[in-house]
Write a protein that binds this ligand. Structure first.
Ligand SMILES: Cc1cc2nc3c(=O)[nH]c(=O)nc-3n(C[C@H](O)[C@H](O)[C@H](O)COP(=O)(O)O)c2cc1C
Ligand SMILES: CC(C)CC(=O)C(=O)O
Length: 360
């Protein structure tokens, strides 16, 4: 059987094939979101609501998708979002993902919850790698982890700030558990958080789960401790964006975590324009959540993002075709972006402005 099923023409076509190959609980855990999953649906619905203007007969000679971001030259603005435990989806895990990303010259953000050592992933990369950090209750361990990423050649640190607690009902109903032998290997050796102090009638959340959660103070400390560009992932309001800039973030990722954290948040693409207005170009903005088409990438760039990240589709590609599947997902998105640029008369990413968005 060919690695890529012949009926795949678009990124979304990977979904049924991935579902067929995966255990039902693993499928629930990657597809699912928080609570009733309104935000998961909204991330897609919002892109579908945005209409585009075409522009005909533009001179597209010399057209390209190159950009510079956080001091790195990128071939195109489609990055791999950090996602946990790739060995759940393919026996080679992140080693396959990074080969697929490198084949498409895509920058990859490696999750703190990766199922392979960050150094082993870096060894296989020929395109830029950034490291995503969850601040651990053990702060000394957290800082040592950043140093490990620096030493292994990662080009930026992405601190995810929106997920100290989550509520994943679909995953719970499906009874998802990490299979034996798969774990967040890079977090081995961290001191566990202090055991919850809550008695039965007390709050498990305030007295237990949030023990050791990060605050803005931790971001300031991280900023001072790393020489690498620092990005904050999970910004959804102008107020948090401004706070992030004040504390020294080099770029911000507008993200609702793919609808996996606070249900009924708006779509990230709907939050973007106001954040872009408040930030006024002081730092680059990236966006994730619901990117499934090249036109989605174009819309995000038109509304103020410099680049986008893709989560679930990469996992679907990985489950179906390993490195080849990942590369194919990225290729499809990049080709669609180029087609959308041609159809809207934009020869470079800088030419993609608000005028490509249709206004009634
Ligand atoms: C299965 C899964 C695991 C994820 N793990 C992480 C993670 O470890 N760290 C993180 O910052 N975000 C994580 N995310 C969120 C993604 O980085 C990203 O924000 C989201 O998937 C984007 O939405 P999309 O899936 O619609 O593209 C995860 C998302 C999924 C679906
Ligand atoms: C372990 C999880 C918190 C990783 C994550 O960010 C996610 O599944 O969305």
């Amino acid at each position: 059987m060919p690695v890529i099923p012949p009926d795949i023409a678009a990124v979304a076509d990977y979904e049924p094939h991935a579902r067929q190959r995966l255990d039902a609980a693993i499928w629930a855990s990657i597809t699912g979101g928080s609570a009733d999953e309104h935000t998961v649906a909204e991330n897609r619905a919002a892109f579908a609501r945005i209409r585009l203007n075409n522009r005909v007969l533009a001179d597209m000679s010399g057209a390209h998708t190159r950009l510079e971001l956080c001091g790195q030259a990128l071939e195109h603005p489609i990055l791999l979002a950090p996602t946990a435990w790739h060995r759940l989806l393919h026996p080679e895990g992140e080693a396959a993902t990074v080969m697929g990303a490198s084949a498409m010259r895509a920058a990859m953000v490696v999750s703190a919850m990766a199922s392979l050592p960050l150094e082993a992933i870096a060894k296989r990369a020929t395109s830029p790698l950034w490291f995503q950090l969850y601040v651990q209750p053990d702060r000394a361990f957290t800082h040592a982890l950043v140093q490990r990423a620096e030493a292994a050649g990662y080009g930026a640190i992405v601190v995810t700030i929106d997920a100290p607690v989550t509520l994943r009902n679909q995953e719970q109903r499906a009874g998802f558990r990490l299979p034996l032998g798969i774990e967040a290997v890079n977090l081995r050796g961290a001191q566990p958080p202090p055991p919850p102090k809550a008695a039965a009638h007390e709050s498990e959340v305030f007295n237990g789960l949030l023990a050791g959660a990060a605050t803005w103070e931790d971001i300031a400390i991280l900023r001072a401790r790393t020489r690498l560009p620092l990005l904050l992932k999970g910004i959804m309001t102008p107020a948090d964006a401004l706070k992030g800039i004040e504390i020294g973030a080099d770029a911000l990722i507008v993200s609702n975590h793919g609808g996996r954290v606070l249900d009924t948040q708006p779509a990230s693409i709907d939050a973007l324009p106001r954040i872009a207005e408040a930030v006024a170009g002081r730092v680059p903005l990236l966006l994730d959540g619901g990117i499934r088409r090249g036109t989605d990438v174009l819309k995000a760039l038109a509304l103020g993002a410099r680049a986008v990240l893709v989560g679930r589709p990469v996992l679907h590609g990985l489950a179906v075709g390993g490195a080849t599947g990942v590369a194919h997902v990225l290729k499809l998105l990049r080709t669609e972006l180029e087609i959308a640029m041609a159809q809207t008369g934009c020869a470079t990413l800088d030419a993609i402005g608000p005028e490509v968005i249709w206004r009634p």
